[in-house]
Design a protein around this ligand. Structure first.
Ligand SMILES: Nc1nc2c(c(=O)[nH]1)N[C@H]1C(S)=C(S)[C@@H](COP(=O)(O)OP(=O)(O)OC[C@H]3O[C@@H](n4cnc5c(=O)[nH]c(N)nc54)[C@H](O)[C@@H]3O)O[C@H]1N2
Ligand SMILES: Nc1nc2c(c(=O)[nH]1)N[C@H]1C(S)=C(S)[C@@H](COP(=O)(O)OP(=O)(O)OC[C@H]3O[C@@H](n4cnc5c(=O)[nH]c(N)nc54)[C@H](O)[C@@H]3O)O[C@H]1N2
Ligand SMILES: [Mo]
Length: 785
């Protein structure tokens, strides 16, 4: 089915509507809204078949986020509005027709919005842009694979290529992808994790010896206290609200730390229960700390300091001395360091009152089991790695590891981003993994670390990286410093994108470019040996299978596994001992190799077929084992270096609306925040707005203030008076990426600082963004199809 009336991508930002932010999430509107996209895009029958197969045994894993299924999962039918949007966006019967490519030069596609591009429907045939050509043209698969492998073979060094991965790729695809890349001879593997939870991996690896959550699903239900820092579950992990509701029913408490009073942190009306729909719902946060952006490290240090002082007042009553003596190192240094922490420094950095921090400390000390969760509000701050180390410090003080209801829990984003890392997608995999890989496939993997996402852009810019291949994702739009990233990508000799739908990265091309369309997770995948399933890992290390249930949208589509296998075969030939054809024919063969290479995945084929899959081992969670050089969990000393925001300036974060999945824009309402029909807004505290001489609704230009002296600006944004913390502001991602400098990254993880940008507002020089100005045209989102 092709679209007869292409959606327009010109929105009139004068239609923007601002209402009151919501105080609760889901409920009847949740159900209503969750059905709308499906019915509109897929029709009743395809909708029912698809939505009912989601997160079920013998169904497919929801591709929206990495939140786990309830234990004994797949007996409970649990799905959410944003999962439904993700599924219908993929399972739409609308396809891009062959004549589309001749009708639309790449220069025109480049002017289109992400929304428009995505709404053209599913990609169904490989297309190629030759050097000097202005259009993509359909080609056959053999020609496409050949073009890619010939280009790769012609490079003077394997390091002239970089291979990106987005977190939707299955374990099977990811495993053979990294095998191919290392067989080719490079570790240049930038991935979406570099922009996402890299800070969590670094901080947790150094302190507790594992970069993953130390809790299982049931721990969320039974913990006495859950502290959510820098995370918006109502929009980004909506099924987490059910777990929070159960935890409250079990008598637990919740504290939320966020500059924005997000609806999903306040009250939840469970759409799966009649009471939830009709009643008042469940109050979630017992305490809400409206923190100044970037202030979390100061807050955590202040709480730890208070905990240590309480122990001094009542020795033996506050710290878990036994746990610390047996399992930890560094308490003396931590105590000494925190003894110098000035309260006024904390209050300035956090914008909080001492009593609020006292209250949080009391809750923490009085709770027997505590889980701290976090996401991008922490990992994308300049001090993100240090902040997470302070989360670990606080948890260690009271032994909140390796017992029920206790632990550290980064909440991962993409549905299989954690699995991809487990399978070896990382530019710096440890020697033990490379050794095992080399033994299994009789070759010597490259040892030198490869480029991450930021370094990949620098490499393209400087001409060191000439070839780029993406397994999913939308690198051009997801990366920081849009102008720098796009200029770098235009320097490429070849840009190859394995994708389900059109996006910005297909339009930012250098000499040659290819788009290779692939099957989505919802679709039935039949190979020579019969129907195949794949496997994925969620945010609490539960691994399970995923099997598509709907007919592929077009006959010629190849699976990710097939595409990678064919490129590898054509490029490497017999260079390494891998049966690429066998991998494509039968995914069991891939899993057999995974069993031999990936720690914790022994007997993978058997265990993945068990009813609910299996849980990967985790030292801190299972046995209070800490895989650090000393064998102890490390309490660390982290220098507090509060963000210096001069007066008249604001700290800007870039965030997700309720109508998007990362760079995919489903529509342009942000229901819970009360913003409708537009995305070109900047949320500012009313007092700050007045102080800066603006009024609610004024049009402003948002200027970044940087050391590099470059002027990065978002023009014509609507100022919205919003109850965010004082001194803070928020715009949507990816529009806001224009303002994040390439070189401004988190210390220790090199993640772009997407949540801590110093800005100033000026009166807009032109009309609203998204009008007719060429500069803004591409990020202009219309409301409906
Ligand atoms: N529907 C939907 N689901 C998604 C996604 C999506 O785009 N749409 N994306 C997926 C991905 S890849 C990811 S990584 C996750 C992201 O999930 P989140 O991390 O929840 O996503 P963000 O919108 O970036 O929101 C970050 C939150 O941090 C807060 N924040 C900002 N700065 C600070 C700070 O300095 N301190 C504190 N304490 N809070 C701060 C913001 O106000 C916001 O509430 O969601 C995943 N799930
Ligand atoms: N300023 C700012 N920048 C950010 C962030 C932020 O908060 N602020 N967040 C960062 C984060 S947390 C992340 S994770 C990254 C996300 O970065 P990416 O993972 O690169 O981006 P996505 O938007 O998730 O990728 C969407 C594209 O993936 C393709 N796709 C979808 N499903 C499939 C599939 O099954 N197979 C294949 N092969 N392709 C598929 C589609 O073509 C779609 O257009 O962005 C980061 N960038
Ligand atoms: Mo992410």
């Amino acid at each position: 089915m092709t679209r007869s009336n292409p959606p327009v991508d010109e929105a009139d930002e004068n239609d923007l509507e601002i209402g009151k932010p919501k105080e609760w999430a889901a409920g009847i509107p949740g159900v209503y809204h969750s059905m709308q996209p499906a019915l509109k895009h897929m029709g009743i029958e395809r909708s029912a078949r698809t939505l009912l197969a989601m997160n079920q045994k013998q169904g497919f894993d929801c591709m929206s986020c990495a939140w786990p299924d309830p234990s004994g999962h797949r007996s409970t039918f649990e799905y959410c509005e944003n999962g439904a949007k993700a599924v219908t966006w993929e399972a739409t019967p609308v396809t891009v027709a062959s004549d589309f490519w001749a009708e639309h030069p790449i220069s025109e596609l480049r002017g289109r919005s992400e929304y428009w591009l995505g709404m053209q429907g599913r990609l169904t045939e490989p297309v190629y842009k030759a050097a000097g050509d202005t259009h993509y043209r359909p080609i056959d698969w053999d020609t496409a694979i050949n073009l890619v492998s010939e280009k790769l073979k012609g490079l003077s060094s394997p390091d002239e290529a970089a291979f990106y991965t987005s977190g939707r790729a299955s374990n099977e695809a990811a495993f053979i992808y990294q095998l191919f890349i290392r067989g080719f001879g490079t570790n240049n593997m930038p991935d979406c994790s570099n922009m996402c939870h890299e800070s969590s991996g670094v901080a947790m690896g150094e302190t507790i010896g594992v970069g993953k959550a130390t809790v299982a699903y049931d721990d969320f239900l039974t913990c006495d206290l859950m502290i959510l820092i820098g995370q918006n579950p109502g929009t980004n992990h909506p099924r987490m609200l059910s777990a929070m509701e159960k935890q409250k029913e079990n008598g637990g408490q919740i504290v939320a730390v966020n500059p924005l009073p997000e609806a999903g942190l306040r009250r939840f009306k469970n759409p799966q229960k009649p009471r939830g729909i009709l009643g008042r719902g469940t109050d979630l946060a017992d305490q809400f700390l409206k923190i100044r952006a970037g202030g979390d490290m100061a807050l955590l240090q202040a709480v730890s300091k208070r905990v240590l002082e309480a122990e001094e007042r009542t020795p033996g009553r506050v710290l878990d001395q036994e746990f610390i003596a047996q399992h930890c190192a560094g308490l003396v240094e931590l105590r000494e360091h925190l003894s110098h922490l000035e309260e006024q420094t904390v209050l300035d950095a956090t914008g909080l009152r001492s009593e609020e921090i006292d209250e949080l400390t009391d809750r923490y000390i009085n709770a027997d089991s505590v889980i701290i969760t976090w996401a991008m509000g922490v990992t994308q701050q300049k001090n993100g790695v240090g902040t997470i180390k302070e989360i670990i410090n606080l948890l260690l003080l009271r032994g909140n590891f390796g017992r029920p209801g206790a632990g550290a829990s980064p909440i991962r984003g993409h549905s299989n981003v954690q699995g991809d890392r487990t399978m070896g997608i990382w530019e710096q995999m440890p020697a033990s993994f490379l050794d095992a890989l080399g033994r299994e496939f009789s070759f010597e993997p490259p040892r030198e670390h490869g480029v991450d996402s930021v370094a990949a852009v620098r490499g393209m810019r400087d001409g060191d990286i000439r070839f780029f291949l993406s397994l999913g994702g939308n690198f051009a739009a997801a990366m920081s410093d849009t102008a720098a990233t796009e200029a770098a990508m235009q320097n490429l000799e070849m840009n190859v994108q394995i994708s389900t739908k059109l996006n910005r990265s297909h339009t930012v091309v250098g000499q040659e470019a290819l788009i290779l369309p692939t099957l989505g997770r919802t679709e039935i995948d039949v190979q020579a040996s019969g129907p195949q399933f794949v496997s994925v890992e969620d945010t609490v290390s539960a691994v399970h299978s995923s099997e598509g249930r709907v007919e592929p949208v077009a006959p010629g589509l190849l699976s990710e596994v097939a595409i990678v296998s064919r490129i590898a075969q054509a490029t490497l030939g017999p260079r390494i001992a891998a049966d690429w054809q066998g991998f494509e024919d039968d995914y069991d063969l891939i899993r057999e190799h995974i069993s031999h290479v990936v720690p914790g995945c022994e007997h993978y084929n058997q265990r993945i077929r068990e009813k609910d899959g299996f849980l990967l081992a985790n030292g801190p969670r299972d046995s209070r084992t800490f895989n650090t050089p000393s064998g102890r969990a490390r309490m660390t000393v982290n220098e507090l270096d509060p963000m210096d925001c001069p007066s008249g300036r604001l700290i800007l974060q870039t965030m997700r609306s309720h109508d998007q999945f990362n760079t995919t824009i489903y529509g342009y309402n942000d229901r819970y925040r009360g913003i409708k029909k537009g995305r070109h807004v900047i949320l500012v505290n009313p007092e700050d707005l007045a102080l800066l001489g603006f009024r609610d609704g004024d049009l402003v230009d948002v200027h970044g203030e940087y050391l590099d002296g470059k002027d990065r600006v978002l023009r014509g944004f609507r100022a919205v008076s919003y109850p965010t913390a004082r001194g803070c502001a928020a715009v949507y991602y990816p529009e806001g990426n224009v303002l994040v400098p390439l070189d401004d990254t988190v210390q220790g993880s090199n993640t772009p600082v997407s949540k801590g940008i110093i800005i100033r507002l000026e009166r807009a020089t032109n009309g609203p963004a998204g009008g007719s100005s060429e500069e803004n045209k591409h990020d202009n989102m219309p409301e409906t199809v």
